[in-house]
Design a protein around this ligand. Structure first.
Ligand SMILES: [Zn+2]
Ligand SMILES: [Zn+2]
Length: 408
């Protein structure tokens, strides 16, 4: 009964969700600068008649929103739903609904996440006399940029059921029972979703190694400390960090993606800078590899008389889906859209700040298939061609509403 009522409500909101997504897609905003997006969400919530708190992440220049939708017996259970809302500095290809902001584009589908969550709010509100509890809908800024909007929202207490609607915020009080988030996925057809229990996405650290030598004439190397030769050996030695210092059953990647140093073919420079990324699934492994990187870089540079300064910015933790909640979400997804539309996901080495919520409460981060035959509907995330098959918006709206309204 709840299922048919929710599906009817989702169908009624379908056009609105498409319009929300197209509007947001035309007006992308950078991480921690989502003020117009926030105002749009606030206006949509007011028109539905939903209470919300705004100004989350304000110290970072952003404007997150947490909306509360109450069903029967509002105090009995509380689930959180999350949508991120920032865009990327990418120039979108030309097409009718393309971004109207030069150089900025919703190339990670966060416009779709926000539109689906607005649709879910509307559907949950329309069926509020048919489900129990309170649903906290988190519209989160700054997913794409460190330190991640999720980490700030957690510090500000967004997962607390008694979070104040105004004034200074801080963590304290009872937490929501769990949180569910979805992310578009062009590899899966629209109408399909994917789950993975346990570790799903990697922790991503940012690495910078500065190798300092002593520059001079290329023909007089004995009077210099050549940082280029030292850097070459450091890069080669770093290849043993994963192969020799990591438990082989733990997936991990260390990539140096950028080398900068030197001016001319006949000049030995003073320094070389290496930038890279470390991806892991397990905090103990990450700790071990971070110290191995430091050890190998410093000692290898030293062998050539140079100094290595290692700077490791610790990024988002790994996305680890709580097994009980994830299995329950998978089961309920099958009830909603059928087993043939629910698939198992492979591990992914990309990162997501949803992991900060998962450190506080049980969380399930699943994938919403957005693939289709239209132009760009199979293109990868973070590309100028990326687009979604809009039929996925209905599935995304229904899934979020259904997972919030039904019991774990
Ligand atoms: Zn992204
Ligand atoms: Zn994303």
């Amino acid at each position: 009964m709840l299922k048919s009522a929710l599906l009817t409500a989702v169908e009624a909101t379908r056009e609105n969700v498409v319009q929300h997504r197209r509007h947001l897609h035309r007006h992308p905003e950078p991480s921690f600068g989502e003020t117009k997006t926030s105002a749009y969400i606030a206006a949509a919530l007011r028109s539905i008649g939903i209470e919300f708190s705004d100004g989350w992440c304000a110290e970072h220049g952003a404007a997150g929103i947490v909306a509360k939708v109450e069903g029967l017996d509002a105090g009995t259970r509380s689930m959180a739903l999350r949508a991120d809302m920032d865009a990327l500095p990418i120039q979108e290809v030309e097409r009718p609904h393309a971004s109207a902001v030069p150089g900025w584009m919703h190339a990670c589908g966060h416009d779709a996440h926000t539109a689906c969550l607005l649709g879910a709010v509307e559907a949950l509100h329309a069926t509020r006399d048919q489900w129990s509890g309170t649903v906290h809908c988190v519209f989160q800024p700054g997913e794409e940029t460190l330190p991640g909007g999720a980490s700030i929202l957690v510090q500000e207490g967004a997962l607390h059921t008694n979070a104040p609607t105004t004034g200074p915020r801080m963590a304290g009080g009872p937490l929501v029972d769990g949180i569910v988030g979805q992310h578009v996925y062009p590899q899966l057809d629209a109408g399909t979703v994917g789950f993975r229990s346990g570790a799903y996405m990697a922790a991503a650290d940012e690495l910078r190694i500065r190798i300092v030598g002593k520059g001079g004439h290329a023909a007089l190397p004995h009077r210099t400390v050549d940082p280029i030769v030292a850097a070459a050996h450091v890069i080669t030695a770093l290849q043993t960090v994963v192969s020799r210092s990591c438990d082989p059953t733990q997936p991990s990647v260390l990539t140096i993606g950028k080398i900068r140093g030197g001016y001319a073919r006949n000049v030995i420079p003073d320094e070389v800078v290496l930038d890279g990324t470390l991806r892991t699934y397990d905090m103990a492994t990450a700790e071990q590899l971070r110290s191995a990187i430091e050890r190998v870089a410093v000692a290898t540079a030293q062998a050539y008389g140079a100094i290595a300064e290692v700077d490791l910015a610790i990024g988002y933790p790994p996305v680890v889906n709580a097994p009980a909640l994830t299995e329950s979400c998978r089961k309920r997804a099958i009830e909603l859209i059928g087993a043939q539309h629910v698939v198992e996901l492979p591990l992914r080495m990309t990162g997501e700040d949803f992991s900060f919520y998962q450190r506080e409460v049980e969380g399930c981060f699943y994938r919403l298939g957005t693939g289709g035959d239209g132009p760009g509907c199979r293109s990868g995330l973070h590309t100028a061609q990326f687009d979604i098959d809009e039929r996925a918006l209905t599935t995304g709206t229904a899934m979020m509403a259904w997972l919030a309204a039904t019991e774990v």
